[in-house]
Design a protein around this ligand. Sequence first.
Ligand SMILES: Nc1nc2c(ncn2[C@@H]2O[C@H](COP(=O)(O)OP(=O)(O)OP(=O)(O)O)[C@@H](O)[C@H]2O)c(=O)[nH]1
Ligand SMILES: [Mg+2]
Length: 371
Amino acid sequence: MKRLKGRFLDSIRLHVKGGPGGMGLPRYGGVAGKGGDVYVEAVKEHTLYKTMAANPRKRWSGGVGGNSRRFSIVGEVGKDLTIPIPKGITVKLEGIKSMGEINNDGEKIMVARGGAGGSPLNQYNGQKGQANNIVLELKLLADIGLVGFPNAGKSTLLRAISKAKPKVASYPFTTLRPTLGTLEYPDMRQVTMADLPGLIEGAWANTGMGHKFLRHVERTKLLLFVVDVNGFCLGPQYPYRSATETIILLNKELEIYKWDLVDKPAVLMVNKMDTPGAEDKLHTLVQDLSRLPEVSQKFPEEYRPERWVSFSDVVPCSAKVNPASIEHLKQRLRHLLDFHHADIASDREVVEAQARGVVQKLLVHHSKKLV
Ligand SMILES: Nc1nc2c(ncn2[C@@H]2O[C@H](COP(=O)(O)OP(=O)(O)OP(=O)(O)O)[C@@H](O)[C@H]2O)c(=O)[nH]1
Ligand SMILES: [Mg+2]
């Protein structure tokens, strides 16, 4: 069990067991009831903490199937059990196998099947229910997810742009757990940002912190790549990676984790612009950005992305020493989030209008807005 902060749980493990089937009655050919199944179901405003509090022993079982009796020849079916959980959860069978995802309230998944009731098929012996250890992993819900190599300045950025106070230090892998911060705008709009542990090449193979934290960017609306303009080197025995190379390698890690993560709107923050020689390096980086596939040729094939992230903005910043650059970034992020939101909203408008047969009018209206 991982604790983020106070009562915030990131993942929990539960033991779930389907109810056993009842006993059949051979003399009368009586068939017993099957055991109850166990489900997990998303309930509005639920949290993993509440799931834990509801049953601290973490063992959940379905109801026992009724025996077949002389005066009630067909046994009663055991009661199903539903475990309330929050939405935004990946349900896994212990190990790594995913059983499914729950993204909306009311969605449910069966996690353990009840045993069959006693019948001629099993010599009238009720069967045991399935027993599983399952892991419920929460995917954070943030508007913006920070993605970057270690030491690039992600936590420094979150400190500068919000009131959150994640740990900052000059060594890699300072951030061990996701942290959320809130960006506040003068019109009271709030945007959330998730600071995540640094990623390095081969994260998919669990190098560094591994890429398990990428699940937290699955539900974000926008990816903010944070790169150190000077590039990165983990240590003397590791290769140096230029800023461009870190972008390519991050792109690959995202693609491997989930290919469509690469399609999310993305912004590139080029950090540490206060350091010597930064301008020249930025210049090279910007040139490289238009020929990423070419630059990636120097890597072995397994590090070369097949799908490319496309950045709508490249914002040079200094998270540590230049608050104005961070203010500018904050404005750009707001603008992009509003833009993408409007995009979704106008799609919805069109669908609804189509249903009412007024699509023509709307299209005229939209094209006017564009000019
Ligand atoms: N010169 C300079 N240093 C910076 C800047 N931003 C961050 N740093 C320094 O870079 C180091 C790493 O910063 P962090 O914010 O901890 O980096 P991170 O990306 O969160 O690193 P991990 O948590 O390890 O992934 C710290 O020593 C920061 O002070 C910047 O704009 N300019
Ligand atoms: Mg950090």
